[in-house]
Write a protein that binds this ligand. Sequence first.
Ligand code: TRP
Length: 354
Amino acid sequence: MSNENHQASHGRALTATIIVIALILVGGFTYQLGRRHALGNAKTASTSQHALKRVGILQYVSHPALNQIHKGVVDELEKEGFIDGKNIQIIDQNGQADQSKLATMSEQLVNKKADVLVGIATPAAQALANATSTTPIVLGAVTDPVAAGLVRDMKAPGKNITGVSDQPPVASEIKLGKELMPQAKTVGMLYSSTEDNSKSQVDTATKAATKLGLKVKKFAVPSSNEIAQTVQVMNGQVDFIYIPLDNTIANAMPTVTEEANKQNKPVITSVDTMVTQGGLATIGVNQYQLGIQTGKMAANILKGKSKPATTPVYTFSTGDTIINKEQAQHLAINVPEKLMKNAKLVTTDVGKNK
Ligand code: TRP
């Protein structure tokens, strides 16, 4: 091969290489463009997936009763066709009895544009109400929504809040205490000074007790740290202890019954979960049912079937009589035949639902 020929073929090879490189570049670029386009589409698709309706649940603290209510809410939403991760997104928050956590979590749920908010227990519902006046809020077991400043009128809430009130049959509970302890002269009320739900219930209970000729002593604890010591003091001053639907006390129920048992002091509660944790008796509303009803109301709002402003707050008119027979035996209490017949008898089951 001559030198000239060699150079010419060299030139042709070079041109060919350049063309190939150019083709690769152009092809690659086109491919990238196409890919980007596809990604863009994928992004749109995932945004529309996030357009799933959102339910934000804020639970005040974990105690057996509130845990049952929470379960009821989620189960009922599912029964109504709202399945978490499939056609709705449930965002769960638990305030662990901490006011500042409740406030931040409420803000977050509102910022995440929840379509419906569920507040389990009064302090959680109050935190949600502080964070929004437009997003629908469903009250999960708030004892006295009016006293807690959450609704103006139980029948016509008027704003963005409705839900379920678990106002227990307080007068019947006190009467039950008197029937089980006919010799009792003084009842001591144990509750937390920070919970609006307890204050209003203790007021009602005080009136009922006074009517029955009982003397009332109130013991409001500032926090859970004072509970053991307070029960020790009560042991020396009262004939039986009455506990309203108080979350702070519910959260420390094993401590309460441990101290009360040291002096054989009967404990009348407002909920069955406190009876299975060592209380003597109650007439209470089933906690899981409270959750079911709350879930139903949330589902109706999601479906656009109802609006909080015009949906009355739901209340339960009856409760079940629950007696801890093990505890009655331990306290040497004779349960009247008539009560025995109508009551659901349980035993202490500390580990349950914890
Ligand atoms: N009603 C309580 C509130 O308004 C919450 C609650 C429901 C509760 N079930 C309970 C508290 C059982 C103590 C025990 O905050």
